[in-house]
Design a protein around this ligand. Structure first.
Ligand code: MLT
Length: 314
């Protein structure tokens, strides 16, 4: 009997590609992190990874698609702080944040920048504050929908300066950026992964870095923080994590977490992240248990912040 060569142990459950859902449109900051991470995960996972952008409702449509997917390791989610804000913003989410996902590990933290259209007659934060005061009732603030990182930052900013603005929601901050570049909206709070290039090229004006410390390298190192500019204590950076549907076998969760640890050490990935101001999470924080504990703490921290800004969905 001819011996049938043992099937090569599939490096991943079967040889079906993995679909990595990015819950915002292509070209935005979440998409950029997703694509860079997929590239760095490909080898350690031994699998083809396809990005699927599922934008809408502040990232909750994409999150729900993964929560409801087969728990076979072939559908993953790359999401950010929005997973932590949605419970306070939506009366009835179609998924339970802490029960419907396997937590595969945190990825990075990305600073936020407050930017404006190039035609805005304000060239620094002080002049922007004056312009906002003088144009109350006529200010258009872009974001990626209720529950997005840009929504949270915009909410916190309006609450800090006590000026309400008209918010213009998009399915991601890539299309929002297009309208800012075109002058259709006035300002936006968005991640450095999406704004660094536009700021460097002078196509948008940068007013503040929304973290507590200035960046030490890159084009935005000179950008003063919101705290330095008068918004005492303002501090927001956007964390990203990787998820699978609840019930994904532990062996698969562990394999993906191990591959994630390798991917975050990938030299190319690290270089790209550093160039865009992103800070990769340290190895000590990379266990699935640490990830879930962190998200639970963030939900408890962000709820009151959102309540204070008046958008809490009781
Ligand atoms: C956000 O504001 O949540 C993200 O910037 C949206 C995106 O990645 O497009």
């Amino acid at each position: 009997i001819a011996c049938v060569p043992a099937l090569a142990q599939a490096p991943y459950p079967g040889d079906k590609p993995i679909t990595l859902i990015v819950p915002f449109t292509a070209g935005g900051p979440t998409d950029k992190v997703g694509r860079d991470l997929a590239e760095a995960l490909r080898k350690p996972l031994g699998a083809t990874i396809i990005i699927e952008n599922v934008g809408g409702v502040g990232g909750t449509l994409g999150a729900n698609k993964v929560a409801k997917a087969a728990p076979d390791g072939h559908t993953l989610l790359l999401h950010h702080i929005g997973l932590g804000t949605a419970p306070a913003l939506y009366r009835s989410l179609p998924y339970k944040t802490l029960d419907d996902f396997e937590y595969l590990g945190l990825v990075n933290e990305v600073p936020m920048t407050l930017i404006g259209r190039s035609t805005l007659p304000a060239n620094n934060y002080a002049e922007l504050a004056k312009w906002l005061e003088a144009n109350k009732g006529k200010i258009n603030l872009a974001n990626a929908g209720v529950g997005s990182a840009s929504h949270l930052c915009g909410l916190m900013f309006q609450s800090a300066i006590k000026i309400d603005m008209t918010t213009v929601p998009y399915k991601g901050t890539a299309p929002a950026m297009n309208d800012l570049l075109g002058g259709q909206v006035d300002i936006m709070c968005d991640q450095t992964t999406n704004t660094t290039g536009q700021i460097e090229s002078g196509k948008v004006k940068a007013y503040a870095l929304m973290s507590s410390q200035r960046l030490t390298t890159g084009a935005l190192a000179k950008l003063p923080t919101a705290d330095e500019s008068g918004l005492k204590g303002f501090n927001l950076a956007i964390w990203h994590g990787l998820y699978a549907p609840k019930g994904t076998p532990k062996a698969v969760v562990d394999k993906i977490n191990a591959a994630l640890r390798t991917a975050l050490k990938d030299a190319d990935f690290q270089k790209r992240q550093a160039a865009l101001g992103a800070v990769i999470v340290t190895d000590a924080r990379l266990s699935p248990a640490e990830h879930k504990k962190f998200v639970e703490a963030e939900i408890n921290k962000l709820g009151p912040v959102i309540k204070a800004a008046g958008q809490y969905a009781d």
